[in-house]
Design a protein around this ligand. Structure first.
Ligand code: SAM
Length: 229
């Protein structure tokens, strides 16, 4: 798989990226992509077309207090740091600091590191710790969830307590290379477990009355949730 684009035509995805996405992509984000291009797990980076929509959401909602689950080399983290206001804050959690260190020089260079509180931890205990502080409950404007898919429902349970009413949660990879719409036998072995997790998650999200959702086939599929109560 060369990219995570879900469109049936590679030419069309390339056209969208070249016409609409890359010309607007900030230079530091291009740098993070370039630094990540030779990494063995490069497929984990958030797709720039999904990133462009996230930037739009952050601006439209005026998000200031945000949460990133998780970071990898920092594409979506830097995108958020560049988009939120100067006094905005990001709690960024990842179990692996080494990945974060790859993109960190770019983050430092552009002068947005003061917005970031990086926590090296498994996500669940870090979220539990955030929830122990009453000031955090219902206080986040925006949450991005892009970690181990097996835990998406656990993350949803916790971030729903952290995000404010009318706040936004974005889940990445919800269409899992398009495999959610295919029969299990026709899906490559490597995608099967993720497909099962995402099918369960997408169903639960669609049935959750606390959120309004919209799924967009950007990148590997993003589902945007607005907490309604
Ligand atoms: C898909 S990548 C995140 C990509 C990132 N949004 C970007 O734009 O590059 C997933 C990250 O989740 C981290 N991760 C996986 N399982 C985790 C867990 N249980 N707790 C914390 N971090 C985890 C990995 O270390 C990896 O950096």
């Amino acid at each position: 798989m060369e990219h995570k684009g879900l469109l049936q035509s590679d030419e069309l995805y390339k056209y969208i990226l070249e016409t609409n996405v890359y010309p607007h992509e900030p230079e530091p984000l291009k740098e993070i992509r370039a630094l990540t291009a030779s990494h063995r797990l490069l497929f984990m980076g958030t797709s720039p077309d999904a990133g462009q929509m996230i930037e739009m959401l952050l601006k439209l909602t005026g998000a200031k207090k945000t949460l990133e689950l998780e970071v990898y080399t920092g594409y979506s983290l830097l995108l958020t740091a560049l988009t939120i206001p100067e006094d905005g804050k990001i709690v960024a959690i990842d179990v692996n600091r080494e990945f974060y260190e790859i993109g960190r020089p770019v983050i430092e260079k552009v002068g947005v590191e003061h917005k970031i509180n990086f926590i090296e931890s498994e996500a669940i205990p870090a979220l539990d710790k955030l929830l122990q502080d009453p000031d955090n409950k219902g206080s986040f404007d925006y949450v991005f969830v892009d970690a181990d898919k097996v835990n998406y429902l656990n993350y949803h349970d916790k971030v729903m307590k952290l995000v404010k009413v009318n706040g936004i949660i974005v889940y990445d990879n919800t269409l899992w290379y398009g495999s959610v719409a295919k029969s299990e036998d026709s899906v490559p072995e490597i995608l099967k477990e993720g497909r099962t997790n995402l099918l369960k998650f997408n169903k639960a999200l669609a049935e959750d009355p606390r959120v309004k959702i919209s799924t967009a086939p950007l990148g590997d599929g993003i589902t945007v949730c607005r907490r309604v109560y």
